[in-house]
Design a protein around this ligand. Structure first.
Ligand code: ZN
Length: 119
């Protein structure tokens, strides 16, 4: 069953939407960047053609480190992490579930991805 989701950063300069699997749980990761962000991410890895990104000019920031395979995007105005391109599937995205309208991350169970040891 697919569902349409819309999300945004805190200030609204970065908006995104996609249609994908209904969200019934999330993923947390213990790698060096995710443990600092603390965000609950989508279990689904979203294809680039499925994710619509609408960002005000100059609003979308990109942070990379290490091997620079993953691309961590954030809003330069409010600082919120919105989505990133994964190491596991380069070019494909996981999104910050906390940014999605109508999704209560505190009501979802999370799987933990052991990025600390796998990345
Ligand atoms: Zn923002």
């Amino acid at each position: 069953m697919s569902k349409h989701y819309e999300g945004s950063c805190h200030c609204g300069a970065v908006k995104f939407s996609y249609t994908g699997e209904e969200i019934t749980k999330g993923v947390r990761c213990n790698c060096s960047i995710c443990s600092r962000k603390g965000a609950m991410m989508s279990s689904e890895i979203i294809a680039p053609e499925a994710l619509q990104i609408e960002a005000a000019e100059g609003a979308l920031g990109l942070y990379q480190f290490g091997e620079k395979t993953a691309r961590h995007f954030f809003c330069k105005n409010c600082g919120i992490y919105t989505f990133h391109q994964t190491v596991r599937k380069p070019g494909h995205y996981r999104v910050n579930l906390g940014c999605l309208d109508g999704v209560d991350v505190f009501a979802l169970d999370a799987d933990v991805f052991d990025g600390k040891h796998l990345l």
